[in-house]
Design a binder for this molecule. Structure first.
Ligand SMILES: Nc1ncnc2c1ncn2[C@@H]1O[C@H](COP(=O)(O)OP(=O)(O)O)[C@@H](O)[C@H]1O
Ligand SMILES: [Mg+2]
Length: 272
């Protein structure tokens, strides 16, 4: 009903990780190239940081689709794990049948797996999202896993993705050894105003917009200012603005509608 009225096939601004809505802005592309470079050149650790909602989890998933066939990957999305749980999760993602339920046994098994893969010319990557939540002990465990290397190269590449606190955490004196192994760093910034415009247009197009919905330039500026260019917030604000259009039975999003929608949201999610 809401979609019919606005001439859309599906919801353009739902906050899900639907790959068909992917828009790789310059920053997203840069972050992706840094990740791929670190992995291909076997740089050991890669650190990617960015504010909440800038697209980090989205990128982790995109990254896996860009890896070449000689790279095997594991993606850990919930890092609130113990050392053992982390090893289990990694082993499971690589399709290993855990031979041991203790940490040392599993660690040995994973090391053996890494050596086998290296002999076959395979590169191995573990991507860990929300890595700012990893405990110091788990980070230390990860460093030990990354210790394995031949004379020439690292056998496992580890991509740590997280909120800006990750940067501070990795610089703690206790983690000096790990910090020294970070070969690539990248900080994601939010979208600029031109990217916000393209982002909105892209999502409307993918959602099948038939052209009857007008989006004024001032409305785009307002979305940019209210969201600071953070995609998650852009989605929330734009979604609410479309709802307002439906409620008022108008097919034109202007600055006033965006501002009003943002104010309504501010009392709810945006301050959370
Ligand atoms: N490059 C992008 N293209 C399309 N949508 C994106 C992009 N980056 C983020 N989003 C949207 O913003 C939402 C939040 O992104 P997410 O990757 O979860 O951010 P983070 O992990 O940094 O908190 C996603 O659900 C998605 O809808
Ligand atoms: Mg995330």
């Amino acid at each position: 009903m809401y979609l019919d009225f606005l001439g859309l096939r599906e919801n353009p601004f739902s906050n899900t990780a639907d790959p068909s809505f992917l828009y790789l802005s310059k920053k997203h592309r840069e972050a992706l190239s840094h990740m791929l470079y670190g992995i291909r050149e076997r740089k050991g650790f890669v650190e990617i940081t960015g504010e909440i909602g800038t697209g980090k989890t989205t990128l982790c998933k995109v990254l896996l689709r860009h890896l070449d066939p000689s790279t095997k990957s594991a993606l850990i999305l919930q890092p609130g794990l113990s050392e053992l749980q982390l090893l289990q999760a990694v082993a499971q993602d690589f399709g290993l049948n855990p031979l041991s339920s203790n940490r040392l046994g599993l660690f040995t098994q994973l090391n053996q797996f890494l050596l086998d893969q290296a002999q076959r010319g395979q590169n191995i990557v573990v991507v860990i999202d929300e890595a700012q939540n990893l405990s110091l002990r788990v980070l230390e465990q990860i460093r030990m896993l990354s210790n394995l290397e031949t004379d020439k190269e690292k056998l496992i590449q580890i991509v740590l993705v997280g909120q800006p606190q990750l940067r501070d955490k990795l610089r703690l004196p206790q983690l000096e050894q790990l910090c020294q192994r970070i070969g690539v760093r990248f900080h994601m910034t939010p979208l600029d105003i031109d990217e916000v415009r393209t982002y909105i247009d892209h999502r409307l197009r993918v959602a099948g917009a038939d052209g009857s919905l007008e989006w004024t330039p001032e409305a785009v500026t307002e979305v940019f200012q209210c969201s600071r260019g953070v995609p998650r917030l852009i989605n929330l604000i734009c979604d609410r603005s479309l709802l307002a259009c439906y409620v008022y039975q108008i097919k034109r999003v202007d600055a006033e509608i965006v501002r009003h929608s943002f104010q309504e949201l501010s009392g709810q999610v945006l301050v959370a």
